[in-house]
Design a protein. Structure first.
Lengths: 251, 251
């Protein structure tokens, strides 16, 4: 069996509505979780940018060069502010126009009479793109080089993501374990640092304060591609918890 | 009266927990809304990056150069994975160490006995930084050049943001108007494009599909620093709504 390697991705959220604070993004955590769980791909950077062509082009080029995959969301609908497809084409200097298969899919879905100019726009994209089929509302996403372009509406995006899977090289899955403790971070910070040092390069240990049941607590999250290393870290953490007599909320 | 100019900002979210999808970010929309409403500052880019020093340094330098202000969130607590302060210092080549005033604030808050090494770490930052006072949990944020560093916990960040105001140059506020219509985007896409063309440079018109009360709808959001121009756009939009006999959900 070929040993799996680390595979990474970036997410590019395209849309004034997210940037202005009007809309709360829901796609980042969905895509990131899905990629890790299903494909062993780790998201290493997210950018949110406005509906401005030169900004989209610049970011597509930059992220495409620096990461194995790029997932864009938003800007592939029928209105004037949907400019992702033309921007991707420009970024890679490929022809932008009607995609034959996408055109057929949409024409069939709407019927010839209702297939107006707005709807036809959704068949325009890099003409050589591979399609990401859309079981919710027909209009497909598309793959150009290592860039996967998906819609911004979370329910539609969620229904399409499985169709990306066959195009992705699978990497090392990152597993995680969480202990939720009733303590403050500064009570365990030296111990966490020393455990992190011991497992350097193999495990990432994160510490996140929370407020629950009227009490302050800390979630200690360990992440690693090795389950054995995670188990060892958990054992070391439990020693600290016992020696400091810290109450556990959940493991 | 001096005429206000456009002032922009970027947000840099620092934290593996957001990137991995474990935690849903709440700070982006809060900061973006607050900046526009209170200071007339428009957020033009958001990046989410991991707790990796060289990545933080690179992004701080890049965003600080390209935007009027940068707001970082996360990584200023007491644990080993909190490396924002040292990274900001490195990015600007300024001295990192105990900040005298921050040290005093924290020593007073915890009392000399409970002021342990973990807590002392929160007084370490660029030594010449201006402080952003923290009414919730004492540990201050800090300002280095045009970079404002805030904590990641939303309730604490929210309580501190007003203390940034006096350090910010106020810009042109962007106003917005929304019409929620029961229609599909492709039914109005040509008309929206033509209105957008008419008010090019003055108004940004965005179109966002929604699903409510079991029906499909479209939110048309117009954004501009000119209230008059917004009113004109609304009039033009209402003409389209009437001529197409579209039902309005809300204005």
């Amino acid at each position: 069996m070929k040993k799996k390697k680390k595979v990474n991705a970036a997410i590019l959220i395209i849309g004034n509505e997210i940037l202005s604070g009007r809309t709360q993004d829901k796609n980042i955590s969905f895509i990131s979780n899905w990629l890790n769980l299903n494909c062993g791909i780790t998201v290493m950077e997210v950018r949110i940018i406005p509906d401005v062509e030169k900004t989209i082009v610049k970011n597509i080029r930059n992220l495409s060069k620096n990461f194995n995959y790029v997932f864009t969301t938003g800007g592939i609908g029928p209105t004037h502010d949907d400019i992702t497809a033309q921007s991707v084409a420009k970024a890679f200097k490929v022809k932008y126009g009607y995609h034959k298969e996408a055109y057929k899919i949409l024409e069939h879905y709407y019927g010839e009479k209702k297939f107006n100019d707005g709807r036809k726009k959704m068949a325009k994209m890099p003409v050589t793109a591979k399609l990401i089929y859309n079981p919710s509302s027909a209009a497909p996403g598309f793959i150009t080089k290592n860039v996967f372009s998906l819609p911004g509406v979370p329910s539609i995006l969620n229904s399409m993501i499985e169709n990306c899977k066959k195009y992705l090289i699978k990497g090392l899955k990152v597993h995680s374990k969480t202990i939720n403790l009733f303590t403050v971070e500064s009570n365990i910070s030296l111990q966490l640092a020393s455990i992190q040092k011991k497992y350097k390069r193999f495990v990432d240990i994160g510490s996140y304060p929370f407020f629950r049941l009227g009490k302050i607590g800390v979630s200690v999250v360990s992440r690693s591609s090795s389950k054995n290393k995670l188990t060892s870290v958990q054992k070391d953490l439990m020693k600290v918890v016992k020696s400091k007599k810290i109450k556990i909320l959940s493991i």
